[in-house]
Ligand binder design. Sequence first.
Ligand code: EPU
Length: 429
Amino acid sequence: MDRIHIVGGAKLHGVIPISGAKNAALPLMIASLLTGETLELANVPRLADITALLRILGNHGVDHMVVGKRPGQTTETGQTIRLTASNVIDTTAPYDLVSTMRASFWVIAPLLARFGEARVSMPGGCAIGTRPVDLLLMAMEQLGATIEIDGGYVVARTKNGLRGGEIHFPKVTVGGTHVALMAAVLANGTTVIENAAREPEVVDLAACLTKMGARIQGAGTPRIVVEGVSRLNGTRHEVLPDRIETGTYAMAVAMTGGDVTLENTRADLLHSALDILATTGTEVTPTADGIRVRRNGAGVAAVDVTTDPFPGFPTDLQAQFMALMTRARGQSHIRETIFENRFMHVQELARLGARIRLEGDLAVVEGVDRLKGAPVMATDLRASVSLVIAGLAAEGETIINRVYHLDRGFEALEAKLGRCGAEIRRERA
Ligand code: EPU
């Protein structure tokens, strides 16, 4: 298995291009199942999760074509993928494919909406909690689907097509909102989704579906209204920038010090996360096509954070923020409210010398003067990258094992950090 070696201590200086958002690209690719016409997606990141989903869609019969390089493009310019689901031959998503990535479970909604049935294995994904699918199933039932569990598979069926209905989520769920949207766009009648997720990735999916002919109002608010249509058409859509990748590199700069411009991204996608970063003593300035992040000399101030659905502080940046707080002056409190088991990075950060105490959903971090490099390993994507950030600021060498987690969600990580002066390299197995 590949490993990443980091020798910490260098300040970061330069420009980091931000990729398209993994968590927007995945539901957008799945939305291709809603039409027999071609959906062209631009700015798709080159990531293991994208490749895995292409295999899953291919298994249903979706053709895909990756558009070749064009003038002015580099290997890091997002790729353009054309997806055509004109010949879906299989509405089953098997265990060996779905178990590798939780988001692939979402194929259940477009398959059900367009073909009246779907048989999808119960999902896998990162080890960050139990992550049930009860609310996703409830959403489809509210639109008239019958749901059965059979041999580890969820079987969803509808006799005469889905019909509009009321979906009230008792808890904000991003995946539940994606599923509700994709089911409702082809349902007969009007659907109201209450307590919908407001994440930018939901807004991006709704924007693409609207270009495909769907009638959606209120995406980005807690109440989304969808008027079903009988068919959707193909379109072209550009995936929005990855706010988690943006926030991760911003925190890396906050941690090491330096001056980096994150380009092809948007400050408004990060909301409170950037405000919180600013209170740690990091200068954060929006630019024409991105964000400039600077920290010089002064130390990092300790700040308390609670994760929340958008526009709150994202759970997907919690581990990275904790890495930053390990070097802060004083004590900070980090509360995780979205997933019950998302503190796997704590014991690994401790290997680098961090002082963190866990009390249920709360991590109490005592800032230390220095971290020291060590071999570490992480069990999920965001936890892994928090170890990279900590390694960049630690003395000596940090070796990150199980790099495949990073490859699921961070495009060209070593190249992007290396060009800004980080001493980072991949050892291929
Ligand atoms: N939940 C339920 N029942 C359900 C669905 C969710 O109880 O049927 C709970 C979950 O267990 C969790 C909470 O609701 O406690 C929120 O989960 P949500 O459904 O919002 O998460 P998700 O859709 O499975 C997406 C991202 C995650 C991100 C979360 C929260 C993708 C592909 N995944 O997951 O991203 O952490 O929203 O923002 O969009 C990552 O990229 O590393 C990642 C884990």
